[in-house]
Design a protein around this ligand. Structure first.
Ligand code: FES
Ligand code: FE2
Length: 458
């Protein structure tokens, strides 16, 4: 499919200031701007309030468990989290424990993590094994799920060994990620993700390794956390230090099928500020929020924040992706391009490295896990560096306790400060719904639109 640019209806209200498409016209490498950044698709999805009970009620959590999580494609891990045959990883969603196993060089399987004898979890930790043996009484399965051994087999004449393979989930892969689905009749992953792969064609996610993986617990519903990372509307109040160099309210939002996208431009002033910042001031604001620690750079006549950011980032990227770095525009090097694949997977576009995942913590509707991963490009002529293990942070921890997040930790602290208070406020409100902005919160609207569809399916 060709990416078609569909401008918004001319009467749709938008923020004062330069539009994202106008900003793209100023790129110092206009020939490098990819079609995906020219793509616009943002139809109105209604303006009804979103019921508060979606965030606070146990009943709604049960609905999500049965109608959403038990049937939807969800990202379980990176394929290279389990690089060797026999590697396995425990993926947990609500009350379900799932074992993702590398059963062959090019084969990954996912099983319900439960022994067919008396139900013990087969494995509680990630690791490598040549077989899947239950620690309780020793029933054992091969990596491909077939039954290998029954202890005291004479006592189980009623077991048909051929019928005792481990029940499997559907497995799919895209961009180096492994997705699983508990619904045997689900649509193929390829159909579910639709045109998303086309968006990432220029920025392949499979040629990356995981250099950072931080997970933190929140005392909130998972959607409260997720939705704080799906719009730039909160920047003016939550991250005011960024305003000199971020086009927060001039972000562009789009959606299609099961995914949505926001592009928040950097190196351009917020329409909220009342002064005209210099290129240096914009650059400083941008550098402050970029992840790379760089020495202070003085911009001279003719340099713009965006072109200097672009040149610096291209130079860094050259070490890993070689000449392909020269084909990247300033826009790809400067913006925050954040995708959401329903329901909870958030890969960032271009080479900003970030991927988020949000999910309930165990079976608790008022506890959640946020994960932030950095997917780093590497020189593919050399061996792929190993992925890092998860660095867990507790509810009361500060993001700066994960120094590997760099400057992002401070920004996350600002976001995180609000979230437990959102949950408290939602429990106390007498207003039955939360109200969304029509444009800047369209990604949230799109998510809830799809969620409504899933929970009302038979
Ligand atoms: S519960 Fe697994 S062998 Fe008995
Ligand atoms: Fe934020």
């Amino acid at each position: 499919m060709t990416l078609i640019s569909e401008p918004p209806a001319t009467d749709a209200p938008r923020s004062p200031g330069i539009t994202y498409q106008q900003l793209l016209d100023t790129d110092s490498r206009p020939e490098n701007v990819p079609d995906v950044l020219r793509w616009q698709n943002c139809q109105f999805l209604g303006d009804e309030d979103i019921p508060v009970s979606r965030y606070t009620s146990r009943e709604f959590h049960e609905l999500e468990k049965h109608k959403l999580w038990n049937r939807v494609w969800q990202m379980a891990c990176r394929a290279d989290d389990i690089p060797e045959i026999g590697d396995s990883l425990v993926y947990e969603i609500c009350d379900q424990s799932i074992l993702v196993v590398r059963s062959g060089t090019d084969e990954i399987k996912a099983y319900y993590n439960s022994c067919l004898h008396r139900g013990r979890q087969l494995r509680e930790h990630d690791g490598n094994a040549t077989e899947l043996r239950c620690p309780f009484h020793g029933f054992c399965w091969n990596l491909d799920g077939s039954l290998k051994q029954v202890p005291c087999e004479w006592d189980f004449p009623h077991i048909d060994k051929a019928e005792w393979g481990l029940p499997e989930l559907r497995v799919g892969t895209w961009g180096g990620f492994v997705f699983v689905n508990m619904d045997p009749n689900c649509e193929p992953l390829e159909a579910f993700i639709g045109n998303l792969p086309e968006h990432f064609q220029k920025w392949p996610l499979e040629n990356r390794y995981k250099s950072v993986h931080v997970a933190r617990l929140f005392p909130t519903n998972w959607k409260v956390v997720q939705e704080a990372f799906m719009e730039a509307f909160h920047v003016v109040a939550t991250h005011p230090q960024l305003l000199a160099g971020i086009g927060d309210a001039n972000s562009q939002y789009d959606w299609e099928g099961n995914f949505s996208r926001a592009i928040t431009p950097n190196g351009t002033p917020s329409p909220h500020i009342s002064f005209v910042p210099t290129e240096q001031e914009m650059f400083d604001a941008v550098s402050d929020r970029r992840l790379d620690q760089a020495p202070y750079i003085v911009l001279t006549e003719g340099m713009t924040a965006r072109s200097v950011t672009g040149n610096g980032a291209r130079m860094n990227l050259r070490k890993s992706i070689g000449d392909a770095a020269d084909e990247l525009s300033d826009a790809e090097m400067s913006e925050s391009i954040y995708y959401t694949l329903f329901p909870n997977f958030h890969p960032w576009g271009a080479y900003n490295r970030i991927t988020y995942r949000f999910r309930p913590y165990g079976d608790n509707h008022e506890m959640s896990i946020m994960e932030c991963m950095f997917l780093e490009p590497y020189d593919t002529a050399k061996p792929k560096p190993a992925n890092v293990p998860i660095h867990w942070l507790g509810i009361d921890d500060d993001w700066t306790e994960a120094p590997e997040l760099g400057l992002l930790a401070r920004v996350f602290n600002q976001d995180s400060f609000n979230l437990p208070k959102v949950q408290i406020g939602l429990r106390s409100t007498k207003k039955p719904g939360v109200t969304l902005a029509n444009y800047q919160e369209i990604k949230l609207r799109h998510f809830h639109h799809l969620l409504s569809d899933w929970i009302t399916r038979p």
